[in-house]
Design a protein. Sequence first.
Length: 411
Amino acid sequence: MLHTQTKSLDVESIRKDFPILQRKVHNKPLVYLDNAATSQKPGQVIEAIDFYYKNYNANVHRSIHQLGEEATAKFEEAHQKIADFINADSYQNIVLTKNTTESLNLVAYSLTAGLKKGDEIVISQMEHHSNFVPWQQLAKQRGLKLKFIKIDEEGKLDEESIKENITKNTKIVSITQVSNVLGTINPIEEITKIAHENNAFMVVDGAQAAPHMPIDVKKLDADFYAFSGHKMLGPTGVGVLYGKKELLESMQPFLYGGEMIREVRFEDTKFNELPWKFEAGTPNIIEGIGLGVAIDYLNEAGMKQVHERDKELVEYAMERLKEIKGVAIYGPKERGAVASFNVHGIHAHDVSQVLDSEGVAIRAGHHCCMPLMSVLGVAATARASFYLYNTEQEIDTFINAIHKVKKVFGV
Ligand SMILES: Cc1ncc(COP(=O)(O)O)c(C=O)c1O
């Protein structure tokens, strides 16, 4: 039976847009279940990149010639598309960076600069290293205190621990919206309320959320929201930092140089207006434009539909994984599009390697969440992660491949 149709997502036709899905790996059809690491790209994005280099490649915001004007217009339009995608007020709220990691570093450097010794920053035990190491290292350098919200047995943020950790001493709270290991969808609106009641800034790592569900930064009310283009059908090399305008205006730039200035004198410099004040040097022009095209694609599919389809896929995968004896699954029932698991007696890397021989690409390791691994009491997990082009048949192939792994290792 074909299980490839949701009400309004035509998965068969979506798959035709992704040239890479036609290829074989080890002579088997590719089953790409590593979408949390990076997504595949539709022909529309690939062609937009090709078209740019063949037709209007030029630097932006400087050259007064036709190509320069076309490139600038498209690059600025991409900022507006991104703003609309997350319901931000304007393109001025949207800073293009290299990735989520750079977006979070930008915020961490700028916000911690104003703090004094003993001020507190709150993150959680489930954070990705990119929402962990910057805060940890800046806390060390600047004498700040870093606190961690605990996770409960299910893999959700512990409610008591949220209230205990966010206090009047808290200056910044930085939490992931969706865990890249557990799939947990965190209650960002509620945490933001608690942060704001305590006069703390709220930063959200949206790397695993923005690609998969409708995002409304006004409703979330977070002060900053970071995500990566490459996880949402866009090219690598472009990330987003959304920030409230008054905060971005008051912050010191993260990188200095060309493009981010209005006027430079021997004595001092006046910075450019938002968002260009934070985009120093020649920016990631086609990457930004490419992300705009990826957003067109996602809008056409419908983010509600993408989210529903993700749920169908992850629920089906969990159901099938649970049928296999000796498989431990991490994280709560209600989750984003990731399923982390271990097969008893077999290292996650071995699971991944045998799956690869069957054409199935998953990720194995600590997933850039070493502190979380220590809380879970494991060195590594295997992780299958899904996106709009995946099918139930692919999940069946993945499950059959796990049975093969067990056979190979005799467990
Ligand atoms: C939750 C989360 N945060 C941040 C990142 C970092 O994203 P990037 O490597 O694109 O900077 C990832 C990447 O996997 C992630 O899953």
